[in-house]
Design a protein around this ligand. Structure first.
Ligand SMILES: [Zn+2]
Ligand SMILES: [Zn+2]
Length: 273
């Protein structure tokens, strides 16, 4: 008996004797089945040669990843908050060392996740810390391991705690969300974006339905994302991976990135300016 974990995307499945017939998340066009076919692991096996790394992104914000890299290379962000810490996104691994370190940082009250590629081992994390999991209701069909800790939200914005607000940005996934952290970005505001707003290697943003398969979003969806983010103040965007950070002036970078994207997908071609 084990909770099998997909080695390509990191999604964990309910307790079973044999692995699931396939991974629903990898069968979707926003992921893929690896070259060696569907592979499975489990926490007990991973604990033999994996561990968590911790990287402070700014005071009050700790990145938590997996070494060696596993699945998509997901990393979570622990936001420390007086009303209870929030784990933004999740990872497909957890061990006693990570539990002890995170407990020492104040534990986790709420796990909030940008989209299904980060659902990963959320049930393990919720159980270890007695946390609630907040997921957007529009993506409920992608929950591979249901758990009593999961609560769904279905409004445009959902305030988790003062200054910590989930914003629904349909695009990559219909329930795709970013987290606005008013005190983040060293007091100038930060957005924790997963790959809903994807920080690219040139420290600009892109907006794709599928990143591995390069399926772009249509122009009107990207315009709507820009409108959704317009009212929010922020200077920093923390993207999907440790090194994918835009600071300072992240809001201006978002505006430029939207213009660049629309120029690329709109005919006739126009200069992004
Ligand atoms: Zn998978
Ligand atoms: Zn994704």
């Amino acid at each position: 008996m084990a909770e099998f974990i997909c080695t390509t995307c990191g999604a964990q499945y309910p307790t079973s004797d044999t692995p699931p017939s396939g991974c629903r998340i990898c069968q979707d066009e926003r992921q893929y089945i690896g070259a060696l076919g569907q592979g499975w692991s489990m926490l007990a096996l991973m604990r033999r040669n994996h561990f968590c790394n911790f990287r402070q992104m700014e005071p009050g914000l700790m990145g938590i990843g997996v070494v060696p890299q596993f699945a998509i290379g997901q990393r979570a962000l622990l936001v420390r908050h007086p009303a209870g810490n929030v784990l933004w996104d999740c990872i497909p691994f957890l061990d006693d060392a990570a539990i002890e370190i995170v407990q020492a940082l104040g534990g986790i009250r709420t796990i909030a996740i940008s989209h299904p590629h980060y659902y990963t081992a959320m049930a393990e994390w919720a159980r270890a810390f007695g946390a609630t999991i907040l997921l957007n209701a529009a993506d409920r069909q992608w929950v591979t391991r249901p758990d009593p800790a999961v609560q769904f939200w279905d409004v445009p914005t959902h305030e988790i705690a003062p200054g910590l607000t989930l914003i629904n940005c349909p695009g990559h996934f219909t329930g795709g969300a970013v987290l606005h952290w008013a005190e983040g970005g060293r007091g100038k505001g930060a957005v924790l974006s997963g790959d809903i707003l994807q920080v690219m290697p040139d420290k600009k943003l892109s907006f794709m339905r599928s990143y591995p398969n390069m399926i772009p979003l249509d122009a009107s969806t990207v315009r709507r994302i820009a409108e959704t983010m317009q009212p929010w103040a922020f200077d920093t965007i923390y993207g999907a991976f440790h090194e994918r950070v835009i600071t300072p002036d992240a809001k201006a970078v978002l505006d430029f990135s939207v213009r660049r994207y629309l120029a690329a997908v709109t005919a006739p071609p126009v200069d992004p300016g």
